[in-house]
Structure formats: C-alpha cells, structure tokens
Design a protein around this ligand. Structure first.
Ligand code: KG4
Ligand code: ZN
Length: 340
C-alpha cells in the first residue's frame, strides 16, 4: 500500500512470454518480454505446442525479472492480472495457471484480462490524456476490429474481419514472397524499397457490411500474381509486391476508420495491435487525421505488439470497476471483446 495501484500483469496468449508491473494503469515500472519468434521462425509460423512448452520454461524468469526491475516484491503489488483469452489455448493456460498460483499464494486479487482490450489500453500508457469515447482500430495477427470505445471497458464493435486478420494477411503474403516469419515487419521493411503503384491489387470489399473487412481476396490476388509470373517465367520484384500489397491493406484500414469517425462523430482515433506498428499505416493515418481534423493516438511499436504492460493497463481499469476473477479462471481461446 503506497497510495498507488501496482499490478503485476502476465501475458502468454501467443509467442511472447511477458510480465510487467504497471502503476495506476499508465506508469510502466517494468516490462519484461521473452520473445519466442526466433524459435518459430524455423517453422514459418507459431507452433502452438512449442509455444506452450517455451512459456512454461520461461514464465518464472520473466516474472522475476519484472518484479526485480520494478524494485518490488510480489507482496507489495496490489493485484495479479493475466490474459485469459483470446489466444492459443495451451499458451493461455500457462499464464492463467501461473497467475492463479502466485495470486493465491500471496493473497492478491486475480484479474483475468481480454487480450484485445489489452491492445486498446496500450494507448493509455503513453497517452493518459486519451479518454473514452473514441474510435479504435485494433489490427493484430489474430484480430481486425473497428470499435467505439464507449468507456474504459465498454466497447461497441462496428466492424471486424470476415476472414483473415490484417496481420495474418501480412504473414501469409510475406511467406508467399519468401520473406519469412513474422511477415509484418519484413513487408514493412521491403516495401520501403518498392513501388506501391507497381501492381494494382484489389481493395477488399464486404457486401452489405460497411465497416467489416476482408483480406483473403487480396491475399489470393497476390498469390495469383505470383503464380502467373512463375508460369510465364517472369522475375518478380518482391519489394514492389510488398509495397503494393501493403498499400491496399493500409488504404482499406484508413478509409474505413476515417469514415466511421465521421459518421459516429468521434474526434479521437486510437490504433492498436501488432499491425499498428506498420510505418505506412501510421503515416497514412497521421496524414488522414491531420487532413480531416481528428486527433490520432498510436502506441510506440513496443506497445503495439504483444506485451504485458498493456495487460496491466487494461487490468487497472477492470480493477477500478471491481472486476475480480475466481480461482476457477480458465483459458477462453475464442473470448470476444466485451465478453467476460
Ligand atoms: O498484436 P500482435 O503482436 O499479436 C496478436 O495479438 O496477434 O500482432 C502480431 C501481428 C503479426 O501478424 C505481425 O506480422 C504483425 O502483427 N506486425 C506487423 C508489423 N509488426 C508486427 N504488421 C505490419 N507491419 C509491421 N511493422
Ligand atoms: Zn496481440
């Protein structure tokens, strides 16, 4: 008890083993991440069983590092928070079991956190002045959501992907053009050397659904382009493919977001999730926001991709609302935003 609310947060939903101590939802006292990316790169994507096995191997070290860096003991924290969904079930179970064990042993409240809510709340770490209501775009490896954040833990979903998530499209296209995993950062880098107008890929449209997204058609268009070039024994320019594909994704995301902000009268827009680390998306959104007079919030790249500090930020608002999880907290791999 020091007049602050210090939350130890744990995140193991995919391929990062992470723990952080976050004070009052905005001050990151520590942010420890063990990334498994190197291990999964060999297989071209995340291998769920290997992810779980690595989480169980690293979780104690990562938590110890987070507490040490924060200069705190577990007893000095006010609560233990953990991502319990959505994500890979075996990976989530490691974090959930760990959080329950240490919270129970230390007599601390336990707070189960929705991973997507965590991504959104990453914005509060560097922008405590951002307050609901605002428009949010969450773009990650598993999710693409356009939402109105009505309150800190209240969301209205305007649109979502009907097939691939934006990050998934980046990863699949990167694999197809031989850039490897994880595709997003590699396409981002390759695109900087390419011509975004070289190839016209179709912009994804979803019939009758103004704010939904679809990326599988765009991915197929890229694959068709590559197959056609191979059949004709034509060399492709990977940088041009990367830049042209990225442009199609960025345009759709930007157009939907700006249109929704106008229609719903939102003056602030916040981006979140791994794909919001994309430099072209950040630039396009900044440009559009300035032109249309919206205030734009984007986390630093470190807080865009998976980390535990964002879980601590989300947990703080849940803590204030009185959210407490029971000792029967379980992994919910398909957990939806706004669901408990
Ligand atoms: O949020 P995140 O770390 O994990 C999920 O919750 O899914 O997002 C990972 C996704 C991957 O698909 C990765 O390729 C993508 O975010 N990503 C990027 C960039 N950095 C990560 N996509 C485009 N450009 C980037 N710079
Ligand atoms: Zn994530």
């Amino acid at each position: 008890m020091n007049g602050h609310t210090d939350i130890l947060a744990i995140e193991t939903s995919c391929d990062e083993t992470a723990a952080a101590v976050v004070r009052d939802g905005t001050h990151v006292l520590s942010n420890s991440i063990y990334t498994q990316i190197g291990m999964h790169t060999v297989y071209g994507g995340v291998v769920p069983e290997l992810a779980s096995r690595k989480h169980i191997e690293k979780i104690d070290y990562v938590i110890k590092a987070a507490l040490e860096e924060a200069g705190m003991s577990l007893e000095e924290t006010d609560a233990v928070a953990v991502t319990y969904g959505p994500g890979l079930v075996g990976a989530l179970l490691v974090g959930a079991a760990e959080a329950k064990a240490i919270a129970w042993a230390a007599g601390k409240p336990l707070i189960g956190v929705n991973h997507i809510e965590g991504h959104i709340c990453a914005n509060y770490i560097e922008h405590p002045e951002l307050k609901p209501p605002y428009l949010g775009l969450v773009v990650s490896g598993g999710h693409t959501h356009l939402i109105i954040v009505r309150d800190y833990a209240e969301f209205e979903i305007l649109g979502r992907t009907v097939d691939d998530a934006a990050g998934e499209a980046f990863d699949k296209v990167a694999r197809a053009i031989g850039l490897g995993y994880p595709g997003g950062p590699k396409i981002d880098a390759a695109a900087k050397k390419g011509n975004a107008s070289a190839i016209t890929f179709p912009k994804a449209k979803v019939n009758h659904s103004e704010y939904d997204f679809s990326f599988s058609g765009l991915k197929s268009a890229v694959l068709n382009y590559l197959n056609h070039a191979a059949m004709m024994h034509e060399e492709i320019c990977r940088e041009d493919v990367a830049a042209s594909f990225q442009r199609a994704v960025v345009e759709v995301l930007t157009e939907h977001t700006i249109r929704a902000a106008k229609e719903y009268g939102m003056s602030r827009i916040a981006l979140a999730g791994g794909v919001s680390a994309n430099s072209a998306l950040r630039d396009a959104m900044r440009g559009a926001a300035v032109k249309e007079g919206f205030e734009l919030f984007v986390p630093s790249p470190l807080y865009c991709t998976d980390n535990a500090a964002m879980i601590g930020a989300a947990a703080y608002h849940e803590y204030l609302r009185g959210t407490r999880s029971g000792w029967d907290l379980n992994a919910v791999p398909g957990l939806r935003l706004g669901e408990r």
